[in-house]
Write a protein that binds this ligand. Structure first.
Ligand SMILES: Cc1ncc(COP(=O)(O)O)c(C=O)c1O
Length: 439
């Protein structure tokens, strides 16, 4: 096996390798700590592979012999799950559809990758809208558009690049559709967790933008898509009132309401899905990351069109239809999350972490708008440069965290994190606070 010291040079000789300097040791990484086999040091993982790894490392339930046998069987065979069915797949689908998906959502679709989950959610909407208009009216679908938000990140695949508008270099120079993009009424919080910006004015502006878009693209908007909290765009939270307004508009204007929960979903908020905190039901939800196998679930609104994509072969499909290893692993995650009550755990630990950050903001200044729910926690710094420096300092303090938007840092806590580990995290964050006069 290649020596850890040569991992980066080996990768660099064949690909872009601009990731972390560490080399993760899969055997020695434990719980919330990633072991770096280059330096022998442990890093506190508050980034969880971009919110995709919920249960920490070397979880004992992942190495129970029966489970390892099942996982190995799935890994030794890579089959086309869309067409060849297995008991492993049925176990997964049953577990996911009854223990992760809320009731009322009877349709599922599985694929590998979050962008393709979103992409297929859009296809569900295009197909639905084109049929509702009458296929001739929709110009074979070519006239249909997607209403989306400034600061959105929905992936880097074909359709999704027309929606993603965070860091311009992620989509620049690739052909895109000029679909309607409206302003984003993000809530800002003071150090007591109260809303401290003029959110009603921002929401009025966004609703006016949406109204104008529906007038401009009369009858052509197939769906409204939104992350119920924008992740990459800056951990931008929305009020329930705003999401409820989107629900009303989608109903009145004959558009599907799609929530992109690739980053926010699957128990990371303390509930299975972030939208459940708001009680505003979307028509379609795209998921990925922590779910391992990605995809979407949809409610019966698609049945306005009897020959929708869930009843017509090959309208949405892929060779592997997800990946069986991911399915087996996801089912195990559901078992672990339930057995260890990890959703409740991360709700409580996230609240402690957020409370600690707000205390730091009060005592030390420099950080503002501490915000979050469950594992999804962030704060804002005064400039991109200060933020970037703090991220470097955190890495030096052996904490992995992520940038968010122009000047925020986001944390994606492991669902297993303990109160002691939250205290440890707060201590290290405190050590990395920008220097300066106390507020
Ligand atoms: C909200 C959201 N949607 C879609 C995606 C794309 O997922 P993937 O990178 O797995 O294609 C991401 C990835 O970060 C995301 O955060």
């Amino acid at each position: 096996m290649i020596d850890p010291k040569n991992v980066h040079s080996t990768l660099e000789s064949a690909q872009l390798a601009d990731g972390y300097p560490m080399v993760m040791d899969l055997e020695k990484s434990k719980g919330v700590y990633i072991h770096d086999s280059r330096t022998g040091q442990d890093y506190l993982d508050l980034f969880t592979s971009f919110a995709s790894w919920p249960i920490g490392y070397s979880h004992p339930m992942m190495s129970e012999p029966d489970f390892v046998h099942e996982l190995t069987l799935a890994a030794q065979n890579n089959i086309a799950n869309s067409d060849i069915y297995t008991t492993q797949m049925a176990d997964f689908v049953q577990a996911f559809s009854t223990r992760a998906t809320p009731s009322n959502y009877n349709y599922h679709f599985w694929v590998a990758g979050g962008a393709l989950a979103v992409e297929n959610a859009l296809k569900v909407a295009f197909d639905w809208k084109a049929h509702k208009l009458g296929v001739g009216q929709a110009n074979d679908g070519n006239d249909l558009v997607v209403l989306h938000f400034k600061g959105a990140f929905h992936g880097r695949s074909g359709y999704t690049m027309s929606l993603t508008n965070t860091d311009p270099k992620k989509v620049a120079l690739f052909p895109k559709f000029g679909w309607p993009r409206v302003s984003t009424p993000a809530v800002e919080f003071d150090n007591d967790g109260r809303i401290c910006n003029d959110i009603e004015a921002l929401e009025q502006q966004a609703l006016a933008d949406i109204d104008a878009a529906f007038e401009c693209y009369a009858g052509r908007i197939a769906c409204i898509i939104i992350e119920p909290m924008q992740g990459e765009g800056g951990d931008n939270h929305f009020r329930t009132e705003f999401l409820a307004a989107l629900r009303r508009i989608a109903d009145e204007r004959e558009a599907l309401l799609i929530f992109d929960e690739v980053q926010t979903g699957f128990f990371g908020s303390g509930k299975p899905w972030l939208w459940e905190h708001h009680g505003v039901e979307p028509d379609v939800v795209a998921f990925g990351k922590k779910t391992q196998v990605c995809g979407l679930y949809a409610n019966s609104r698609v049945d306005d069109v009897p020959e929708n994509v869930f009843h017509t072969s090959s309208r949405i499909n892929s060779t592997w239809g997800g990946n069986l290893v991911d399915m087996v692993r996801c089912r195990r995650f559901i078992e672990i999350i339930e057995k260890e009550q990890l959703a409740a755990n991360v709700a409580a630990r996230g609240a402690e972490f957020l409370g600690g950050l707000r205390d730091l903001a009060r005592e030390r200044g420099h950080i503002t708008n501490a915000r979050g729910v469950g594992s999804l926690v962030a704060f804002t710094l005064d400039s991109a440069a200060t933020r970037d420096k703090m991220l470097c300092d955190l890495y030096a303090q052996k904490v992995l965290a992520l940038a968010s938007g122009e000047r925020a840092i986001r944390f994606r806590l492991p669902l297993i994190i303990s109160a002691d580990e939250v205290a440890e995290a707060l201590g290290r964050v405190s050590d990395c606070m920008p220097a300066g006069v106390r507020a």
